[in-house]
Write a protein that binds this ligand. Structure first.
Ligand SMILES: [Zn+2]
Length: 109
């Protein structure tokens, strides 16, 4: 589980990953060594926007926030592929087409 913590001393926000059985263990700030306060948020409600709990079958994990999901990916060195913008591909095709036209091929659509 990922537990969000707040340092009242220096203001640092940090997420700490630990098993549920250790969820009530105290944690110290990595910056100033003060005791951290655990932040409790209403389920599925982050700030003013609602992020629906999202089960990611590829990771076998359910995330309740984009931040949590990103944290998990960063921690495990995971990079999402397959959702790249198609604009990039279109631009590549267009520049390739122009290159070929410039070099004399004009039969390429
Ligand atoms: Zn601190």
């Amino acid at each position: 589980m990922i537990y969000p913590y707040h340092c009242d001393e220096c203001g640092l926000e940090q997420d700490i990953v630990k098993p549920v059985s250790e969820c009530s263990n105290p944690e110290k700030c990595k910056d100033c060594d003060s005791l951290l306060r655990r932040v409790y948020t209403a389920p599925l409600l982050y700030g003013t926007s609602v992020y629906e709990a999202n089960h990611n079958p590829a990771l076998g994990q359910t995330f309740t926030s984009k931040r949590q999901e990103q944290y998990y990916k960063d921690k495990h060195n995971l990079i999402e592929v397959g959702n790249e913008s198609t604009k990039v591909m279109k631009r590549d095709i267009e520049s390739e087409r122009r290159k070929r036209l410039d070099s004399g091929y004009d039969d390429i659509v």
